[in-house]
Design a binder for this molecule. Structure first.
Ligand SMILES: CC(=O)SCCNC(=O)CCNC(=O)[C@H](O)C(C)(C)COP(=O)(O)OP(=O)(O)OC[C@H]1O[C@@H](n2cnc3c(N)ncnc32)[C@H](O)[C@@H]1OP(=O)(O)O
Ligand SMILES: O=C(O)CCC(=O)C(=O)O
Ligand SMILES: [Zn+2]
Length: 440
């Protein structure tokens, strides 16, 4: 059953969600088995990978491109271990060509013996590939810009050159027996014919995956669906997708990609990355849990999500946002009286995610003017006070009237309830909303 507590909006991240201040409320009896809504019946598209996909976790690559990020070796190792413990299938690391320390860190992480496969992300260039294959990684994620913007203003190469370069780099990586993915940066602003031609070529060379990247965050879910569906009919290898969040579509785009047949999604913890980042790990998990709860619970250690997020937030000196998916401090806080009543009867009424599956706790906030007597009654029961429904309605009116001036903390609400209770029992009659004995 739910706990009634009032979270402070100024609360620090470390006290987020389940660790709210204030006296611990008495534990309510275990919730009875309540009806869960059945998922809407949908015909499963045979190409959809919503129920079988892998995460390429890029906090240690894309995330290192976040403005605040500086990960020393020890921090990288802690993050890699935490991601592995959570259960991501792949961990992507910064190019070892970036710096001597990046190379050494890459080697150090490869030696950890993690369950997750270790990848590193390199330019489509033999110099980078030669350094990367010596680090001990399981595979290389190779990328090159294909849009006219990047061909003109970044590397300055035309499509024929890209194909030749890609062929040389991929052939080399494969000769070393490593996994290889080939990706086109800025895919959604690239010419479709050029793209498909390139992907067909690298598919024939035997890449494990091709990658689509929405590098500037311009794509919408429909465009993503169409491009991935088209690509699915052109290549036989796996398809990885990478979505930036400049226009708020990164999670929806990832989902649309999986629906269309993409097999791998890039994420970073809290979405950190270049500019405002990419698909956040927690947000993707929330979305995919909603589509396939049992599958997600079986694949990932969901209760570890909060620790990974706190670890990364600390490392890059940010707070977990108040409205973060799953772990934001108000993600499972219910406030309005209408919601509170239904939640107390059956949490599925207003919760699509079960907090307990993520090691989180639900809260019903009652010290405000939007509260209702059902929520207050629940708190009365938690405090083991004996009040009739009429008494609870009267004390609810008192709470609302006080909260019209300013919201009450849970301690204030509890004091009010206890005083009201003591008075009712001392006088032996019901009290009205002003705390006066009811007229006979
Ligand atoms: C969209 C993305 O996030 S892609 C991933 C981004 N990741 C990184 O940039 C990793 C960190 N980067 C670095 O440490 C450096 O940029 C390095 C080591 C990769 C290269 O450094 P520098 O040699 O000093 O070059 P610089 O960064 O100024 O410019 C990039 C060079 O790569 C070339 N280039 C850019 N993209 C690619 C590509 N995908 N494939 C091959 N070459 C590329 C550019 O033409 C330019 O070449 P130039 O030296 O002939 O001008
Ligand atoms: O390698 C990729 O697919 C993505 C590279 C990247 O970070 C981007 O294009 O935003
Ligand atoms: Zn990116």
């Amino acid at each position: 059953m739910s706990h009634a507590r009032t979270p402070s909006p100024l609360r620090k991240r470390k006290a987020a969600a389940a660790d709210l201040d204030g006296p611990a409320p008495p534990r309510a009896a275990a919730a009875p088995q309540l009806p869960q809504p059945s998922p809407p019946l949908r015909l499963l598209d045979p190409l959809s990978r919503v129920r079988s996909f892998s995460i390429i976790e890029s906090t240690l690559r894309e995330g290192e491109q976040f403005a605040n990020a500086f990960f020393d070796t020890e921090t990288k190792i802690r993050i890699a271990k935490a991601l592995d413990d959570f259960g991501v299938e792949y961990i992507e690391l910064t190019s070892p060509a970036a710096s001597e320390q990046s190379r050494a860190d890459c080697e150090a992480i490869c030696k950890l013996g993690l369950k997750a496969k270790i990848l590193t992300h390199v330019r489509c260039h033999m110099d980078d590939a030669r350094i990367a294959v010596e680090t001990g990684v399981d595979g290389l994620d190779v990328v090159i810009g294909t849009s006219s913007f990047l061909r003109e203003f970044s590397h300055g190469k035309d499509m024929d050159y890209i194909i030749r370069q890609a062929t040389e780099v991929i052939t080399f990586i494969k000769s070393k027996g490593l996994e290889v993915r080939f990706s086109s940066e800025d895919s959604f602003r690239s010419d479709l014919v050029d793209l498909l031609n390139l992907y067909k070529t690298v598919d024939k060379l035997g890449v494990n995956r091709v990658g689509i990247a929405d590098t500037v965050g311009c794509a919408d879910p429909r465009q993503v669906y169409e491009l991935v569906r088209t690509l699915r009919s052109v290549v036989s290898c796996d398809i990885e997708c990478h979505f930036h969040n400049d226009t708020g579509c990164a999670i929806a785009n990832a989902y649309a990609a999986l629906e269309a047949g993409a097999t791998h999604i890039d994420t970073s913890v809290l979405g950190i990355g270049e500019r405002n980042g990419i698909t956040p790990l927690g947000g993707l998990i929330a979305r995919m849990y909603t589509a396939d709860k049992d599958g997600i619970k079986a694949k990932y250690r969901l209760e570890a999500l909060r620790d990974v997020e706190n670890l990364v937030a600390d490392a890059v000196q940010i707070q977990v946002p108040f409205n973060n998916y799953i772990t934001g401090y108000c993600a499972f806080t219910h406030k309005a009286g209408i919601h509170a009543k239904a939640i107390l009867n059956n949490p599925s009424t207003y919760e699509i995610l079960r907090p307990e599956d993520f090691g989180m706790t639900r809260y019903v906030s009652i010290g405000h003017r939007l509260t209702g007597w059902n929520a207050v009654k629940n708190r009365v029961q938690q405090l083991d006070l004996s009040l009739s429904d009429d008494d609870v309605k009267a004390v609810t009116a008192q709470i609302k009237s006080l909260a019209d001036i300013k919201p009450l903390g849970i301690e204030e609400v509890d004091t009010l309830l206890r005083k009201f209770h003591d008075r009712v029992h001392a006088i032996g009659t019901a009290l009205d909303a002003d705390g006066e004995p009811m007229a006979c």
